[in-house]
Design a protein around this ligand. Structure first.
Ligand SMILES: *Cc1c(COP(=O)(O)O)cnc(C)c1O
Length: 355
């Protein structure tokens, strides 16, 4: 049996006629940037996410960047975030000339520890950016007037925005994926959403008159049309991922695996973009699974504070022990919606055979 980390072909095959029709309709409309497909998607995503405003943008990375731009964050400012996430989380802070300040994660949830985040705030802190890693909602930091900007790239549908705004990614392997790059900003703050709307199109309003310096962060109509078709299945896909997570827990509980293999506990809002176990002999286990044709991935092997590009920030080995342990031990197993019970049993049997 050969099991990839993600296989979306079955999901897309079931929708193929609708996807083809949606793409053809965009071609026939001659409207490729903005327009009714984009505004339609924005209204539908806002409703699904129980949020007042949704602004479609070019990628999840750009969603994070534009939220910080809307707050006018730049040199001299600090943004507190986790050292354990996809690079974009810290990269956007540095790209604006601001300083990423890291605080350690909670060992169980892998998410930014809200108490550590609050302690890392200074009088230069302009925002705190928790990440809902793997699709599990992070606990909300209590930081008073400081803006909380959520990196919800892996976490569409985990509940309403609690901070000022949240960024979504529609990268193909996210729970709702486009056929290319796309993202969105969610916010209940109308003035903030309007600033994001301006910034995504070079700050122009009206056309060719610029109150702000923005960029081209627009969402393609063709991606919006594809996402609208797929959005109708999101609830069912999320339910399938949650069912698969539950099945893994049952299969692991029945299997003969030692306590050193830690299976994630459930949380009601977890959407399982990834199902990530901890294994102290992770690299050997991964090689063993590869031998059995089971694909896995390490999200993420090196925390931000130990990345070469952030060496100048002056953190060293040992600065964030929980993030460092996670980077050495995490392993993502296949959990995509179409994964079958037989395939999951094979994954668990293969892991049990390793020990
Ligand atoms: C995917 C992802 C991003 C970036 O999204 P893109 O659409 O790939 O630009 C940012 N943060 C996290 C946590 C992600 O998983």
């Amino acid at each position: 049996m050969k099991i990839p980390l993600v296989d979306l072909t079955a999901d897309h095959a079931a929708l193929r006629a609708d996807l083809d029709a949606a793409i053809a309709a965009v071609i026939d409309s001659g409207r490729f940037i903005g327009g009714p497909q984009v505004s339609g998607l924005e209204a539908e995503v806002a409703a699904v996410c129980q949020t007042g405003h949704c602004v479609g943008v070019s990628s999840g990375t750009d969603a994070l960047l534009i939220m910080l731009m809307a707050l006018d964050i730049g040199p001299g400012d600090e943004v507190v975030t986790t050292p354990f996430s996809f690079f974009a989380t810290a990269g956007v802070i540095a790209r604006l000339g601001a300083t990423p300040v890291f605080a350690d994660i909670e060992p169980d949830s892998f998410n930014l520890d809200p108490t550590a985040a609050a302690s890392a705030c200074s009088d230069r802190t302009r925002a705190v950016m928790p990440v809902h890693l793997y699709g599990r909602r992070a606990r909300h930091p209590d930081v008073g007037d400081i803006a909380v900007i959520e990196d919800a790239a892996q976490a569409i549908g985990t509940g309403a925005v609690r901070g000022l705004a949240a960024g979504l990614s529609f990268f193909p392997t996210k729970n709702l994926g486009a056929f290319g790059d796309a993202g969105a900003v969610l916010s209940d703050d109308e003035a903030f959403a309007e600033r994001v709307r301006l910034l995504r199109n070079h700050g122009a309003k009206p056309k060719y008159y610029h109150a702000l310096v923005g960029g081209n962060f627009r969402l393609d109509a063709i991606q919006a049309a594809i996402l609208r078709v797929k959005l109708g299945q999101l609830e069912a896909w999320t339910a399938a991922r949650r069912r698969n997570a539950e099945r893994y827990r049952a299969l692991f509980a029945a299997a003969n695996v030692p306590a050193e293999l830690v299976v994630p506990s459930d949380s009601p809002e977890h959407i399982y973009n990834q199902f990530v176990v901890r294994a102290p002999r992770r690299d050997q286990l991964r090689a063993h699974l590869r031998e059995a044709d089971i694909a896995t991935e390490i999200y993420y092997p090196r925390p931000f504070h130990l990345q070469e590009c952030f060496a100048h920030l002056g953190y060293g080995q040992g600065a964030f022990p929980h993030a460092e342990a996670a980077a050495n031990e995490v392993l993502a197993l296949p959990v995509y919606p179409a994964l079958s019970e037989d395939q999951q049993a094979y994954v668990v049997d293969t892991i049990a055979a390793f020990y």
